[in-house]
Design a protein around this ligand. Structure first.
Ligand SMILES: *Cc1c(COP(=O)(O)O)cnc(C)c1O
Length: 394
């Protein structure tokens, strides 16, 4: 039987043509026509003051944390249930992560735990919009303004997803998108910094271009460009931007494809959820998701591991994430310990992500649904101790 991979980058068909145009034009460097088209499209569609394309979301996060003026001893409030980039991006500033637990319903940062984590050293809150479902941004922004903190949204998974009608990445002072091959809109490796607070505009351009004021020079605002600040090369080439533009042009159609796949999983797995054999993702009323992924929560870690192994034997690649950052070797070295974040530790051990990509066929999805059903029902036949008691936020 054919293998069903976990991920496969979806192509719109225009990528090669646009890349060909760039090569034919002779200008393959940064900030050309396609980079500008991508930035403008995102600024208009998502209501972002300015977007700067970067070689990755990790780079965009690194820029955001430098802009937030983090330094040694400063603290950043982050979830531990996230990809390593959220935290690694600020470690070189000397700032430290203060990990907080997640909400049992959305698996996003638990906004009820933020205030007690604030100390005089806190400078940034970095919410991560897990699976393209928005964090409680109203509450987070209110807390941030009361304590004079900067909010950096890790919206790597949140491109074209919304919270109370506002695009994820457009709400915090700064935000970061990813166009990595595993995300909804791809260009191989790529990202964007979203700048919503105008006080960061000027320095962001300088940081991105080796610490020079070259962007001002191109706009004719200075008569020569020179070295003015710290920085790096956070510039993608036009080849990458051309690829990305072919994807962003299809923002809505790619979104619709993903929605159909998500709904098929949801409908197919609903009976198993009714039986209490697994739990399905929760999307709060104020959120419109971009259907970034489909995950299920099993009753316990053993069932998750055995189901994952079983799916592999029938050619289906399902994966889990994340090893909580606070229990990773680096997290432990920073003084964290197991047992510190019970919800994170519990849910990350029971979560399984199902194959999800734009070209996933209905027949293949049915195979995944059937395989999960057959496996879980066969286990019901043999009595087991645990049942899935769905835990609700509150
Ligand atoms: C993918 C991802 C990143 C990193 O994105 P890159 O573009 O690979 O640097 C950061 N944070 C989260 C939550 C992600 O899912």
């Amino acid at each position: 039987m054919d293998k069903i991979p976990f991920n496969k980058p979806f192509l719109t068909g225009k990528e090669l043509g646009y890349i060909g145009e760039v090569i034919a034009s002779g200008s393959v460097g940064s900030d050309g026509r396609f980079t500008k088209l991508c930035s403008r499209l995102m600024e208009e569609r998502f209501g972002i003051r300015k977007t700067l394309l970067t070689p990755s979301c990790t780079d965009a996060l690194e820029m955001a944390f430098i802009l937030a003026d983090l330094g040694p001893g400063d603290e950043v409030i982050v979830p531990s249930f996230t990809f390593v980039s959220t935290v690694t991006a600020f470690m070189r500033t000397g700032a430290r992560p203060v990990f907080i637990d997640i909400r049992p319903d959305t698996l996003n940062m638990d906004d009820a735990l933020i205030e007690e984590a604030i100390t005089p050293r806190t400078k940034v809150i970095a919410p991560v919009h897990y699976a393209g479902v928005g964090c409680e941004m109203d509450r987070i922004m209110t807390i941030a303004s009361q304590h004079n903190l900067t909010v950096v949204e890790d919206a790597a998974q949140g491109v074209h997803a919304y919270y109370e009608g506002r695009a994820l990445g457009s709400i915090g002072h700064l935000g970061a998108y990813s166009f990595h091959e595993t995300k909804n809109y791809v260009c191989g490796e790529g990202g964007a910094l979203c700048i919503n607070d105008p006080r960061f505009l000027e320095r962001a351009e300088i940081l991105r271009d080796k610490g020079t004021n070259r962007a001002k020079f191109f706009r004719g605002e200075v008569d020569k460009y020179t070295w003015v600040d710290i920085g790096s090369s956070f510039l993608p080439s036009e080849i990458t931007s051309a690829f990305l533009y072919a994807q962003l042009e299809e923002l809505d159609s790619i979104g619709q494809r993903r929605r159909a796949i998500y709904e098929t999983y949801r409908a197919g797995l609903e009976p198993l959820a009714q039986q209490g054999l697994l739990r399905l993702p929760h999307i709060p009323d104020e959120c419109v998701t971009n259907y970034h992924m489909f995950y299920i929560l099993l009753p316990d870690a053993t069932t998750r591991d055995e189901l994952m192994a079983h799916l592999r034997t029938v050619g289906i690649s399902a994966v889990f994430h994340y090893v909580p950052l606070h229990t990773s070797p680096m997290g432990l070295q920073l003084g964290n310990r197991e047992g510190q974040l019970p919800v994170t530790e519990d849910l990350s051990a029971r979560l399984l992500r199902l194959p999800f990509y734009g070209d996933l066929t209905n027949a293949d999805q049915q195979r995944v649904i059937d395989a999960i059903g057959a496996f879980l029902n066969s286990r019901v036949a043999t009595p087991r101790e645990a049942s899935v008691a769905p835990r609700v936020a509150g």
